[in-house]
Design a protein around this ligand. Structure first.
Ligand code: 5U1
Length: 670
């Protein structure tokens, strides 16, 4: 029987919307503007409202969440959801590879590798390509029926793409929250006065286990597939796990972009190192990597032991979160006088190091997280970032726990601590008379991206300031071997090396010098912009707020900071002393070749360019006096877009920003 025009239109719209959804959420390459997507969506909603019989479970309109449940049902997994054995060291990994080789009687094994998502395992069931049921892992044999909630997860296909679909397909994978979505969700929670989540995993778990799917629908969950329950059900049956993953991607499932095939233990260890190094740049948290024997027939041969497969293993990264107790909350004074409360902790091993201090950022943060002395807390250490207190474990709070009180005076110099009403940060008002600020200012001046004085570490700066040998950065250039060699733990050779490094720093660039001055709100990028714009220090020192705001990205706050800095006679005196000590840079002619079409222009890079890497394109722009920023706004001059360009391209189109492909970009450079 011929379908009604409404039914035909609804089917067409469902297909279109899901195609655009896949492009946006799975491929990260939007295929239509948001407004057009919304129009299609509204049209489908209207048809379904007028013809309720046309509403199908795989309709994208179902992603907004249906009626609340009173409890979750139970789902028995047709194929149990196993757990993985873990390897925590290279030795354990090498032993795993040996067991696989011995079990298969071969000299070398190929493995499929991928990140180990820090999310929640789920199983998705598809009948004739349509999503019909989703369940949590539970105890591995049965889990909770969270179908309604999983339907709201935007990158889970409600209907598989492509042809050749098995009548029954059970896809396994994890639900998680991207780090940037987690930050935004917590911002929203904060603004609404709701409790924040401790980490993306907790946020994902809390969101998936909501009885009201409308709440889940508002939470930015994502799914990543890592396998199917029974690969034999897929026809033609793939012979390799890596091919099965490609097949899943073809059907519209999100799979890890970082997956790879590696040979033997050496290949696995290389993969572990590579993903470990890239870990912070990934959009989601991972706690290790997973290796699986790639040949599915070999997987079957190796089989299982207890509840874990012999053919797979999780190679874990050192833990990045751990529990410990807060022994005290003290304050630290930063370079600009910022007072940071710091939790002194019972020593705990996190992410490969022993942590005894964790930042609490500011007073508001201490109150928001309600951290008290005596509390048991979750400490997080992410890569090289300073460890922080992620959350308190309220059940473990002792009756004796005491609240933090912000001191009224600087613990180092005794000057008053002030906190402007509209700022989150309290500051010591002692300025450079405060030894703590002086030490931090010196360390900043000498740091690698500023004057790059190798060997001037915090222990040495402590001694130089505490013994009144140095008051300002200019005093560094007056140091002699005798003064240095008399300091504790300072051998003559190290003293000579330090003096050589100080001498070498005399020849610098204007951008480094401006950055080294430590002007509040002037970071490395702003210092480069200022140097490029003014060409010389005197012009910068003489500039007023209006003139400063002509520099790209310099707003009223930054401009006021700069004017305030050079209005302070002490700062001008230090600058003059530094110049008199022989600190110099090339002035006038900018140190880069400046193309008038690119100089001072703001660029955004998106997608993969055919020949240039992102780093190369950025370097070319900067070498021509332009600037690369991360997001598109009205201030953006050009967006350089390559293959699979994402939402930045759409935004540029909406704002009417000039869009260049690589050829046009090269023409502009030329
Ligand atoms: N990435 C990934 N995580 N994970 C978890 N793959 C993977 N595979 C698993 C599990 C439990 O199990 C299969 C080996 C069956």
């Amino acid at each position: 029987m011929a379908e009604s025009p409404a039914a035909e239109r609804a089917a067409f719209l469902r297909g279109e919307i899901e195609r655009h959804n896949h492009a946006y959420y799975v491929l990260d390459a939007p295929s239509i503007p948001d407004a057009e997507y919304d129009r299609l969506f509204r049209e489908l909603q209207e048809i379904e409202a007028a013809h309720p019989d046309l509403q199908t479970p795989d309709s994208p309109t179902q992603r907004v969440g249906g009626s609340p449940l009173s409890a979750f049902g139970q789902v028995v997994h047709g194929v149990p959801m196993l757990s993985l054995n873990n390897a925590f060291s290279a030795e354990e990994l090498i032993a795993f590879d040996r067991r696989c080789r011995d079990g298969l009687g071969v000299a070398d094994v190929g493995y499929s590798c991928e990140p180990k998502y820090d999310g929640l395992a789920v199983s998705l069931r598809y009948e004739d390509g349509v999503f019909v049921q989703g369940a949590t892992r539970g105890d591995g044999f049965s889990g909770e029926d969270v179908t309604h909630n999983l339907r709201t997860v935007r990158n889970i296909p409600l209907r598989c793409l492509g042809k050749n679909l098995p009548p029954l397909l059970e896809v396994r994978g994890e639900v998680l929250m991207l780090r940037r979505d987690f930050e935004r969700l917590n911002e929203r929670q904060r603004a609404a006065g709701d409790k924040e989540f401790a980490n993306p995993r907790n946020a994902a778990a809390g969101s998936l286990r909501q009885l009201d799917p409308k709440i889940t629908a508002r939470r930015p969950l994502r799914f990543f597939a890592y396998g199917v329950a029974d690969a034999g059900a897929v026809a033609p049956a793939p012979t390799l796990h890596s091919r099965l993953m490609e097949q899943l991607a073809g059907w519209g499932f999100p799979v890890a972009a970082e997956r790879a095939v590696a040979q033997g233990a050496t290949g696995l260890l290389e993969y572990y190192e590579r993903i470990g190094a890239a870990r912070r740049a990934l959009p989601y948290d991972i706690d290790g990597v997973v290796y699986k024997v790639d040949r599915l027939a070999d997987q079957a041969k190796l089989g299982f032991v207890a509840r874990a497969p012999r053919f797979a293993i999780a190679h874990k990264f050192p833990a990045e979160e751990a529990l410990t107790t807060v022994e005290a909350i003290e304050v630290q004074v930063g370079r600009t006088g910022a007072i940071t409360p710091v939790a002194r902790l019972a020593p705990v091993f996190v992410g490969g190091v022993t942590v005894t201090n964790a930042t609490l950022h500011n007073e508001d943060e201490v109150r928001r997280k309600d951290v008290r002395v005596g509390d048991t807390v979750i400490v997080r250490r992410a890569g090289d970032v300073i460890p922080e207190v992620a959350a308190v474990v309220p059940e473990k709070r002792p009756d004796t726990a005491s609240e933090f009180i912000m001191p009224g005076h600087c613990p180092v110099c005794g000057a008053a601590i002030e906190k402007p009403e509209d700022e989150a940060i309290a500051r010591c008002t002692g300025g450079l008379f405060c030894p703590a600020q002086r030490k931090q200012a010196l360390l900043h001046f000498a740091s690698r991206r500023a004057m790059d004085i190798e060997g001037l570490g915090d222990k040495l700066v402590d001694q130089l300031v505490d013994n009144a040998i140095i008051k300002t950065p200019a005093d560094l250039y007056k140091l002699g071997i005798l003064k240095l060699a008399n300091l504790e733990r300072m051998a003559e050779k190290s003293a000579a090396n330090l003096l050589a490094a100080i001498d070498k720093s005399r020849k610098t660039t204007l951008a480094r010098f401006i950055f080294a001055l430590g002007i509040r709100n002037v970071g490395e990028a702003t210092a480069k912009d200022l140097a490029r714009h003014f060409g010389g220090l005197d012009a910068l020192m003489a500039a007023d707020v209006e003139r400063l705001q002509q520099v790209p990205d310099v707003g009223p706050v930054v401009a006021a900071s700069i004017v305030r800095f050079f209005a302070e006679p002490h700062n001008v005196e230090v600058v003059e002393q530094l110049r008199a000590a022989g600190v110099r840079w090339d002035e006038g002619a900018p140190s880069v070749s400046v193309s008038s079409l690119i100089a001072c222009k703001i660029f955004v890079l998106t997608g993969a360019l055919p020949t240039l890497t992102r780093e190369e394109a950025k370097a070319l722009i900067e070498a021509h006096g332009g600037k690369v920023v991360a997001s598109v706004s009205k201030k953006t001059d050009y967006v350089v877009a390559g293959a699979a360009a994402g939402s930045k391209l759409t935004k540029a189109q909406e704002l009417g920003v000039s869009i260049l492909d690589e050829t046009q970009f090269k023409e502009l450079l030329a």
